[in-house]
Write a protein of this length. Structure first.
Lengths: 215, 215
DNA sequence: TAAAAAACTATACATATGTATAGTAATTAT
DNA sequence: ATAATTACTATACATATGTATAGTTTTTTA
């Protein structure tokens, strides 16, 4: 199942060992230390993994020994904060247009990784940014072009503002579950009709914050 | 002037070079790199400084190469933000209620320092955060409790949303200069009358971004 | 001003480190 | 089932690194 830039199971474990080492020591491991940690009897195994992870964009390195650096891609993949950054900062992927037929976190959908303060967004992990398209939520003062911080979850409470996938498009609506089992996704702009879904809905997360740039 | 644990001038400079290196590279320097940076022709000079700084409690190290670590004592001494902070982050003071009679940036007015991404707020320095009080700008979808990122400037263009000081209170309004020299501060909520000022106005800055937490 | 401490130079050496060569074993794709 | 890729083992080697020896120069302390 190893795609172009995805990780195999062993590579995944190896990357996690690197993260663990840096978190514990505040400096990067040597090739031999990684081999030893991973139970390899030769440095070559670790060196091969390192080169693969560098090629796939999860690591960076200088010619100097112990100059390994995890990329933001790696931190997002690991769903962990960057231990070298201040712990009050998280990097969140910014999703632009959702490509039809692709998983929502496919690389094609990620515009960039944006550093966001935990202080202003709450402490929880597992979040992403979504750019608002259209004015259907203007009643909640969420406007076209705003960036939303979305906390990843697949359920919601009645009245929550959620990001959901509808025909391969990410939509932002208020979520209501009716007593007959149907789900209503309601816009806060009265110009838009509520969307009624009998088969449930693929909720991506709950909107917990709004960010808007004024030009 | 070298006290028991205080630093001499050269040690001070040397410690700052270490701080700088780690900030820029995210991994610690080698002894020779430090010698080279400091203009020494031998690694011994750097090694001596390192041992002194370790003895005095500003550094820690393992037997491994490149395992230097700045201690909390060092951070305190340097009066610097954590070197592991990403440079794409700025700390902005968050202003709450403005105390009457005090300058706007008086310590009494600063609630806390909030890390904000340069990527989402533009690259400029000289900004602060202001918590919105009331609904007078609801027409611009700026709501009670929102946090505004304000770029410090004392002038504004017609139509800009500005933060201004009015009777020792920070207000957020749209700025209009009329041909007769008077200034009008206009709320975007029609329930509020425009404020007309003959003597000009003390503009604190221009609102460049809005941040809102949804509960 | 003399003594002590700090701040170096120049060179050497054992070890840690990244990388290379030449393979084998296991897993995945076709 | 076969080929390709991944995931290693074992060993070797040039270089980077920390440390040591033996000094000199500069700055600080008494």
């Amino acid at each position: 199942m190893a795609k172009k830039t995805g990780l195999t199971g062993k590579q995944d474990i190896f990357l996690k060992e690197i993260y663990k080492f840096i978190s514990e020591n505040n400096y990067p491991p040597s090739v031999r230390e990684l081999a030893s940690i991973s139970g390899f009897s030769s440095p070559k195994g670790a060196a091969d993994h390192l080169n693969t992870l560098i090629k796939k964009g999860y690591l960076q390195r200088n010619p100097s020994p112990r100059s390994l650096k995890l990329t933001e891609k790696a931190f997002w993949y690991l769903k962990m904060p960057n231990p070298f950054n201040d712990s009050s900062i998280l990097y969140l992927p910014l999703l632009g247009r959702i490509a039809a037929g692709k998983p929502i976190f496919a690389e094609e959908n990620i515009d960039e990784y944006v550093p966001i303060s935990k202080q202003v967004m709450g402490r929880a992990e597992g979040q992403f940014l979504l750019r608002v398209n259209g004015d259907s939520m203007s009643g909640d003062h969420i406007m076209d072009g705003d960036m939303l911080i979305v906390k990843i979850q697949d359920t919601a409470e009645n009245g929550d503002i959620v990001a959901a996938l509808l025909n391969d498009e990410a939509v932002v609506k208020r979520f209501y579950k009716r007593s007959d089992g149907t789900v209503e996704l309601v816009s806060s702009n009265p110009l838009y009709e509520p969307i009624v879904l009998k088969d449930g809905v693929r909720i991506q997360g709950k909107v917990i914050a709004v960010y808007r740039h004024i030009f």
